[in-house]
Structure formats: structure tokens, C-alpha cells
Design a protein around this ligand. Structure first.
Ligand SMILES: [Zn+2]
Length: 315
């Protein structure tokens, strides 16, 4: 019988937020374990939130498996899809109203513009010779795989500059001012603005808008909020005081800080975990079945083996 988590004795609220698009692997285990350890050390509450915004790839099977794997590791949470809690639902696909409210606040605050560029337009702009410096660091990772969440190339600014000035690039329609419609909505960054924060694990961080990231999408033309917007809305609504996640999301954190500021919200503390790499220093592929917790468990590994520094890397 799984033990219950201890009752919180402080106001610290941490969270773990798996995406049910595959089985959890070693990297997730380390990050979620760190989040749990920090919550425990602070005498706080741990919240489990299922980040299932991608309807094509999210599966209930993976959500159930994630919770089972986390319990097997020994992680316990006070609030989550299986336990309920004061901030339910703990599943992103059921929190759309809250994301729309955040989108409207940003729009009314003048922070957003509709982007009608197609994927092709963006690719063409980014591959143009004079744009190569902008695209630097935004392309495929060294291992040839795009990071799923942080892969947004620096936006060339097409719709930002020309909005409303030509029939091809109209401003928002009156319908779009109330509901997002079938365009991408981007957050307008101030080029050259530095976003700085002190990470509790990695120390001072500094990113520059327009160089490290551009005008980023907060609402997609397919009708779903972006990861950045949903994350900020949820962490705020759920009272999260410290966000523990992988260092691959540092640039996302910089974008999210801009959203916190625009919405007049207080940002949580940040703790980014170093990424799990193999013996050659290469980052492990996010989805490698042989490194899923399930596969490792079947091979007889214990949670201790998986969480210890000795990594079972044979792929
Ligand atoms: Zn555009």
C-alpha cells in the first residue's frame, strides 16, 4: 500500500508536470525526484499536473503509466488528477477557460498581435541568408532532434511590423478580439530587453529578447494555448511557489517571466536541473524506449539504481 504524503507544514508549493505523450524516462525521474525532495525538505505540498495540451499525442494510457511510475519511484503528491484538491482539475485539457482569460488579459493589455505567417513563410524567412544570425541556436539540437517545447525559432517579425498596414496583413478582426480564431497570437517582445533571474540551482541567468528568443506564440491557430501561457496560468492558479524543471526549459522560463510581468503576476522561484547526459556528454534522447522507467524496471533496476549517479546507458 502506497504511503500517503506528509501533511504540509509550510507555504511551499512545488509541482511535477508530466506530459502523457510517452513513458517517463530517466531524465524525468531525476527532475521529478528533485522536485519531490525539495518539497519534502521545505515541508511543502507537491502538486501533480498532467500537461496534455497536445491532443494528437496525449494518451490516458501514458497519464496512468506516469502516475504509476512516479509512485514506484517513491514520489508522493498531495494534489493531482487522481487525488483532486482545491485547484482541480489538475489536467490541462480541462482548464481552457483559465487560459482564455489569460489570453484576453494579454490582448487587452496590448501585448499580443495576430500572426498570419504560415509555417512555410517562417521557414523561408529563417533560411534567408541575412537571417542566419537570428536563427542561430534556434535550429535543431546537435543530436538532430528539436526540443519539443523550446524549439520555437526566433520570429522574423513579419506581422509585428506590418500589422494593419496592408490588406495582406490586417490587424485583429473584431471576432478575434474576443476569441483567438484561426491565427497564431504572439507576444511582442522588446528587442534587446534582458530577462535576468537567479536560478536556485544554476545561478544567475540572462537572456536577451530578440536574440535568444523572439515574439513567441501564446495561442495557436489550432485553437490551443501554448505551453508558455498554460504553464504560467496554471502555476499561478495553483499557487506554485517554486518551479523545478529541466535546464532545457531555461529559455521558456525567460519567456514565461515576460508573461508574469505582463499579467502583473508574481513569478515563482526557479530551480532548473542539469540534463541527464550519457558518458560522452550527449544529452539522452527524450524518447528512448530502452531508457523508459518501465523498461529499466523490467530489467530489474530499482528506483535507487535509476536515481543514483550511475546511469545504465546502453542504447
Ligand atoms: Zn507572422
Amino acid at each position: 500500500m502506497a504511503s500517503l504524503p506528509p501533511a504540509p507544514t509550510s507555504t511551499y508549493r512545488g509541482r511535477i508536470a508530466p506530459s502523457p505523450t510517452g513513458f517517463l524516462h530517466v531524465g524525468h525521474a531525476r527532475t521529478f525526484w528533485t522536485a519531490w525532495q525539495r518539497t519534502r525538505a521545505a515541508g511543502g505540498a507537491l502538486i501533480l499536473r498532467m500537461e496534455d495540451l497536445d491532443p494528437d499525442r496525449s494518451r490516458q494510457l501514458y497519464a496512468d503509466a506516469a502516475m504509476e511510475d512516479l509512485r514506484w519511484l517513491g514520489i508522493r503528491w498531495q494534489e493531482g488528477p487522481d487525488r483532486g484538491g482545491p485547484h482541480a482539475p489538475y489536467v490541462q485539457s480541462k482548464r481552457r477557460a483559465s487560459y482564455l482569460a489569460a489570453w484576453r488579459r494579454l490582448l487587452r493589455g496590448g501585448f499580443l498581435f495576430p500572426c498570419r505567417c504560415s509555417r512555410k513563410d517562417l521557414e523561408a524567412a529563417l533560411s534567408a541568408p541575412h537571417e542566419t544570425s537570428l536563427a542561430e541556436g534556434a535550429g535543431p539540437q546537435p543530436n538532430g532532434k528539436l526540443d519539443l517545447l523550446d524549439d520555437e525559432p526566433v520570429y522574423p517579425g513579419t506581422c509585428r511590423h506590418l500589422q494593419g498596414s496592408s490588406p495582406q496583413l490586417p490587424g485583429p478582426t473584431s471576432e478575434e478580439l474576443d476569441s483567438p480564431g484561426a491565427v497564431n497570437w504572439r507576444f511582442r517582445v522588446r528587442d534587446g530587453e534582458a530577462v535576468e533571474f537567479v536560478d536556485l540551482n544554476l545561478g544567475p541567468q540572462r537572456f536577451v529578447a530578440g536574440r535568444d528568443f523572439g515574439d513567441f506564440v501564446v495561442w495557436r491557430r489550432d485553437g490551443s494555448p501554448s505551453y508558455q501561457l498554460a504553464c504560467v496560468a496554471d502555476d499561478t492558479a495553483m499557487g506554485i511557489t517554486e518551479v523545478v524543471r529541466g535546464a532545457d526549459l531555461l529559455k521558456s522560463t525567460a519567456r514565461q517571466i515576460l508573461l508574469y510581468r505582463a499579467l502583473g503576476l508574481r513569478e515563482p522561484a526557479w530551480f532548473h536541473c542539469r540534463l541527464v547526459v550519457d558518458h560522452n556528454g550527449r544529452r539522452l534522447a527524450k524518447r528512448h524506449d530502452s531508457l523508459s522507467l518501465r523498461a529499466l524496471r523490467q530489467r530489474g533496476l530499482t528506483p535507487m539504481n535509476i536515481l543514483s549517479a550511475e546511469l545504465p546507458v546502453e542504447v
